[in-house]
Write a protein that binds this ligand. Structure first.
Ligand code: ATP
Ligand code: MG
Length: 305
């Protein structure tokens, strides 16, 4: 597992102003990391991912058996930051029946006719499950903050600061409600640099097998890079809380991002201190009787197997 002191540097402390330039996008370029060398880090990151995959599977089984909590993992990022790949790798060891992934796209007309949290509420994980939001209600203070004209009917044409502050407040209250009702909420911002996004877009354009991944709207949104970074900074500052913290994950190296997310999620679930339900004495007696019956009664099929 990764040392908690290292993890701490990626967590947004509640109430602190966020300047994304102060968070690294390429962790392998930091002084500490350079001493180790990229190959060592890559290998270590793979090992951490592997260890956590197994531990996450065990933690999820316990989550399911104890049936007292649920877990919500939220992923937000600029395009091509690696949300899909991170989700796929981190969750690959978990029983598919124990987790649900929802990817949120542009809201439908029906969704826009409801309050902005409505469609997300319907997708929340039930007790015992891990729910993953690939994009989330944070889009409603990110993409639409950059493009207020996409807010939908009934919303102000020129939303002021108060409008956004009220949305942050709604989100904080919503997450408080979830937390009080047994949902562990963890939020990951995959922090990719503009240069690395360019490299990944070019890779998609240069490789015919990856053309399907490229969307022209990704290019248009790249033009608004600064506005998005500012919207992220405001949102992370306003909504990182003790109950539902934000982590700014360096995402220029996919293996670093995956290892960090896997470690943070696994540790947080383990820290819930869940236990397998204790079976009542009466039921234990019935289990004992069933065992005796199975052991003592001869098989009645001919093969005797
Ligand atoms: P991919 O990796 O497949 O590109 P994606 O998450 O980028 O995954 P897209 O279908 O490309 O999926 O994009 C979804 C789009 O929907 C994004 O541009 C996102 O900003 C937009 N979107 C999501 N939620 C909202 C919302 N509440 N209001 C407006 N736009 C939204
Ligand atoms: Mg996209």
């Amino acid at each position: 597992m990764i040392k908690p002191t290292l993890i701490q540097q990626f967590r947004v402390e509640p109430g602190t102003k966020v300047n994304l330039k102060q968070y690294v996008t390429d962790w392998t370029a930091t002084d500490n990391a350079q001493e180790l060398g990229k190959d060592v880090i890559k290998e270590r990151a793979r090992e951490i991912l592997e260890e956590n995959r197994k531990e996450l599977a065990t933690a999820q089984e316990l989550l399911y058996a104890s049936d007292t909590h649920s877990v919500l993992l939220i992923f937000q990022a600029m395009d091509a930051a690696g949300k899909d790949g991170t989700i796929r790798h981190v969750m690959s060891g978990v029983n598919p029946q124990g987790c649900q992934v929802y990817s949120f796209k542009k809201p439908s007309a029906e969704e826009l006719d409801h309050n902005f949290l409505w469609r997300y509420m319907k997708a929340l994980p039930e007790r015992g499950r891990i729910g993953i939001f690939n994009r989330s209600y944070y889009e409603d203070v990110l993409v639409v903050k950059v493009h207020p004209e996409w807010l939908g009917p009934g919303q102000p044409a020129n939303p002021d600061d108060k409008f956004w502050e009220q949305r942050y407040e709604d989100i904080n209250n919503f997450e408080k409600h979830l937390s009080r009702n047994g949902t562990l909420v963890l939020k990951f911002f995959l922090h990719v640099s503009k240069g690395e996004q360019k490299r990944r877009f070019l890779e998609r354009l240069n490789n015919p097998d990856k053309h399907w991944k490229f969307s022209e709207s990704d290019m248009a949104e790249r033009e608004h890079w600064k506005d998005y970074q500012k919207a992220f900074e405001d949102a992370l500052c306003a909504t990182s809380t003790k109950r539902a913290p934000w982590y700014v994950i360096p995402a220029d190296r996919k293996y670093v991002a995956r290892a960090l997310v896997a470690d943070i999620a696994t540790t947080a679930i383990q820290d819930l201190g869940l236990e397998y339900p204790k079976v009542a004495a009466e039921k234990l007696a019935r289990l004992e009787a069933a065992r005796a019956q199975l052991e003592n009664k001869p098989n009645d099929d001919k093969a005797g197997a």
